[in-house]
Design a protein. Structure first.
Length: 97
């Protein structure tokens, strides 16, 4: 299995509705993209965040599922419509579990 971890830094002053749309859009990918075993997303609550406000963890069946996720139309819809407009910075990493 593959773990895909993403940290997001939402731009200061972003409306709560836009942040909610991002979170809900990401949650919805679990049922829209094949190969996702589990998905969690949420707001950070610690002060050790270096400015990153939200985290996403997606567990995939295998590397092929991860490779299919990135260009998948549902993923791109969320990235283009809900994430890019409100994100100041993002970091991602992938590893085998």
């Amino acid at each position: 299995m593959i773990e895909h971890v993403v940290l997001f830094k939402v731009k200061a002053g972003t409306h709560a509705a836009s942040v909610k749309a991002m979170v809900e859009g990401l949650k919805g990918l679990k049922t829209r993209v094949p190969g996702i075993v589990d998905l969690s997303v949420g707001a950070n609550f610690t002060d050790r965040n270096k400015g990153f406000t939200h985290g996403l963890i997606v567990r995939f069946q295998d590397k092929a599922a991860l490779e299919g996720y990135l260009p998948h139309p549902a993923h791109q819809e969320v990235v283009q419509g809900c994430i890019r407009p409100i994100i100041e910075d993002v970091i991602a990493l992938d590893y085998e579990v």
